[in-house]
Design a protein around this ligand. Structure first.
Ligand SMILES: NC(=O)c1ccc[n+]([C@@H]2O[C@H](COP(=O)([O-])OP(=O)(O)OC[C@H]3O[C@@H](n4cnc5c(N)ncnc54)[C@H](O)[C@@H]3O)[C@@H](O)[C@H]2O)c1
Length: 217
């Protein structure tokens, strides 16, 4: 992220979560040849009020013009920069099982600025192979290997019983952020960034909403 953004107020998380929606919508408009967009136009499609959109965009270094709106090329550039999608963040992944291997095969992550350089596992049948072109090493080799590759993010896709132990080990190897896919609520030392992601948590919310709207016997 550019230094210029450090001049701005800390953006609230809900606003930060909405910015990628705007980005993806304006990229679609660009694909259809549009060059400018107003917050009112975004609002109609995204289902967020125009006032909220203008407020969210006030956290990034871009300004719209009356009646013309925002320049789409500039808005895409600034949003991608702000969201960190233009920079390469080096990562490693622990636990090359079904979820881990799927993440290694997802080329979308690299487009969004996350480059996975290596996988680590303890299963001898996976160690010293490549998965989708990414080398997989034994977990014991992580600290030495990371001295060379200097990754800063660790993706955690091990069984929950090993989640805390592996997260602690990630810290020893110099990682500064953990993207935790396990359902285990890991603790990380102060200064380490933790992001928990769970498909199942979202699924539970959807089931709950469905049951509320359409109760079953
Ligand atoms: N967040 C989500 O939406 C989501 C979705 C699916 C699975 N999960 C979670 O992701 C994790 C992995 O699930 P999966 O289905 O891929 O399991 P899996 O059993 O297919 O894979 C786990 C892998 O971790 C490896 N492993 C075990 N101990 C290790 C260690 N100490 N260091 C490195 N690797 C180690 C195993 O050898 C295996 O290859 C689980 O915690 C699961 O609950 C989360």
């Amino acid at each position: 992220m550019s230094d210029r953004f450090s001049l701005y107020a800390k953006i609230p998380e809900p606003a930060l979560r909405r910015l990628p929606w705007y980005l993806s919508y304006i990229k679609l408009l660009k694909k259809h040849g549009q060059t400018n967009v107003s917050s009112t136009q975004i609002a109609k499609k995204i289902n967020v009020s125009a006032t909220q959109i203008a407020k969210d965009l006030s956290y990034v270094d871009v300004s719209g013009k009356t009646r013309v709106g925002y320049d789409i090329d500039q808005l895409i550039e600034v949003l991608e920069d702000f969201l960190g999608f233009k920079k390469t963040h080096k990562a490693v992944l622990f636990g090359v099982g079904s979820l881990g291997a799927a993440l290694l095969s997802d080329s979308g992550l690299e487009q969004y600025g996350l480059k996975i350089l290596a996988g680590f596992d303890v299963n001898e049948t996976i160690v010293n192979t490549t998965v989708h072109g990414i080398p997989v090493y034994h977990s014991d080799e992580f600290v030495e290997i990371n001295k060379q590759i200097q990754a800063s993010i660790g993706i955690l896709t091990v069984p929950p019983d090993f989640a805390q132990e592996v997260a602690d080990y990630m810290g020893i190897g110099g990682l500064r952020g953990v993207w935790n896919f396990t359902p285990f609520r890991i603790r990380v030392p102060e200064g380490m960034v933790l992001q928990n992601t769970s498909l199942y948590a979202h699924l539970a919310v959807m089931f709950n909403r469905l049951n509320t709207k359409y109760p079953t016997k």
